[in-house]
Design a protein around this ligand. Structure first.
Ligand SMILES: [Fe+2]
Length: 178
């Protein structure tokens, strides 16, 4: 069997059956007559995110300190992932900058994260563990563990993280707790 090419023929067909389909449809409910006649989701495009353009944004957000004092967090997503808001349909990624002495608020979420320490040094409290880190290290924050990060160095710390938030969001069960 070959994989069917998905082509959107809904509009063509709907002219014939629109009235009957409308009897079923609601604000939050649409009728699809055959799956192979729907447009497939857009494919994620290869891309590069240039750090030299990321850094000024992180520095500005940390300097403004409007969300957390001395902390900046930015994440990236592809609009083609729609509600999943991922950089791919299953994963999101982002950077976090902590000024010297800054600490993030303890919180938890049901997505898991893998962190790469891009710059600086500090520690994270994850569940009952305290993990010391420095540039080049990788650490893991399991889903639902309460965690926070602290910069103990005398320069900015920068963390890069990848999470499975897209996957959890696609199931409609992503939650954050503070
Ligand atoms: Fe977190």
């Amino acid at each position: 069997m070959e994989v069917l090419k998905r082509v959107d023929k809904q509009e063509e067909l709907k002219k014939e059956v629109m009235e009957l389909a409308k009897q079923i449809e609601q604000d939050d409910l649409k009728v699809v007559t055959f799956m192979e006649y729907t447009t497939p989701p857009e494919k994620i495009k290869p891309k590069v995110i240039k750090f030299e353009k990321v850094l000024p944004l992180l520095e500005k957000i940390a300097e403004l300190g409007k969300i957390e004092k001395g902390v900046a967090k930015i994440m990236f997503y592809s609009p083609s992932t729609a509600r999943n808001r991922g950089l791919t349909p299953t994963m999101m990624a982002g950077f976090q900058l902590l000024k010297p002495g800054a600490s993030t608020k303890p919180h938890s979420h049901n997505m898991a994260s893998i962190y790469f320490v891009f710059k600086g040094k500090g520690y994270s409290v994850i569940g009952n563990e305290r993990i010391e880190w420095k540039a080049g290290d990788v650490f893991v924050v399991p889903a639902n563990d309460i965690h926070y990060h602290v910069n103990t160095g005398d320069e900015d710390s920068i963390l890069f993280d990848v999470t499975d938030s897209g996957l959890i969001e696609s199931l409609g069960i992503l939650e954050f707790r503070e």
